[in-house]
Design a protein. Structure first.
Lengths: 170, 124
């Protein structure tokens, strides 16, 4: 007695079609996973580029502080920069390549605020010489600006690396 | 490195510190890190600045801080700055001396505050 598959050719055709179908399904899953990953990476790149543009504007502001700035203006300036910079860099705090620079910027912002509080005019005190406020925060702002530039450079490098060349042309 | 200018400045700063200790120079606190002394034609100021730097090392980024001083002599009422000593840029060898001067001034200003408080209490 022969097993039934030895004389049922349609069994083999069905089996072959089933195997091909399974293969195609597995391939489709892999393709979809890759596409999803590519879409996530592309989204991340777009986000990085948007943030990079805003960071460039902030870096310019940090480098062009008025040397004769007075305490109230410096306080408003630093509050604005602090809020904006922290908001911009927060999404990247868990990115392994960027976390160090994000932490450095946060530390420098805190240091700048501490330095600024060191020149808060005492009530009724003699006015400090022009440039006192600038001198107090200049170094910390330069550190922030340098860290922002480092972060920008890394973001650009990551953006260039994560998009495969064929995706660039799409 | 010590230069003739820095030696002269050292002598002047020492004199200012001595006069402060003796009460011949009365500084006022302009803000928590700046003291000002004003007389007829001039204003002196001393500012302490703690600067933070991020240094890249093989173990990652490290933060370091350095204390610098800015001493200014300004002609009044014109406001012309006649002398600036910024230890972050020049005369870094004067840093210990200015550190000592800052502490001397700080102690003197605190002592003035305590004397004032004593007077207030004794008037009661």
């Amino acid at each position: 007695m022969h097993p039934f598959w030895s004389y049922h050719g349609d069994f083999w055709i069905g089996t072959a079609l089933g195997i091909i179908g399974l293969g195609l399904t597995i391939w489709a899953v892999f393709a979809a996973t890759g596409a999803k990953e590519a879409a996530i990476n592309a989204g991340r790149t777009v986000k990085m580029q948007t943030v990079a543009l805003e960071l460039m504007g902030l870096a310019h502001e940090l480098d062009s502080l008025d040397p004769e700035i007075l305490f109230p203006a410096a306080r408003d300036f630093l509050n604005r920069v602090n809020f904006k910079l922290r908001r911009l860099i927060a999404p990247f705090q868990d990115e392994a390549e960027l976390a160090l620079f994000v932490a450095s910027i946060r530390d420098s912002l805190t240091a700048a605020k501490t330095a600024l509080s060191g020149v808060r005019p005492a009530a009724g005190a003699a006015p400090a010489p022009v440039g006192t406020v600038y001198n107090a925060i200049e170094a910390d702002l330069a550190t922030i600006s340098g860290s922002v530039a480092d972060l920008l450079g890394l973001m650009q490098t990551i953006s260039m690396n994560i998009i495969p060349p064929e995706d660039d042309t799409q | 490195m010590s230069t003739p200018e820095s030696e002269t400045l050292t002598a002047y700063m020492t004199r200012i510190a001595d006069d402060t200790k003796a009460g011949r120079i009365k500084w006022v606190k302009s803000n928590p890190t700046t003291f000002v002394y004003r007389k007829a034609a001039a204003q002196l100021s001393l500012q302490r600045i703690v600067q933070h730097r991020t240094i890249s090392t093989t173990q990652g980024l490290k933060r370091a801080s350095v204390t610098n001083y800015i001493f200014q002599a300004i002609e009044v009422p014109r406001g012309n700055v006649k002398l600036i000593i910024n230890t972050a840029e020049k005369y870094s060898e004067l840093r210990p001396l200015l550190d000592s001067l800052f502490e001397t001034i700080n102690i003197d200003v605190d002592r003035d505050g305590l004397d004032f408080l004593k007077k207030v209490i004794e008037q009661e």
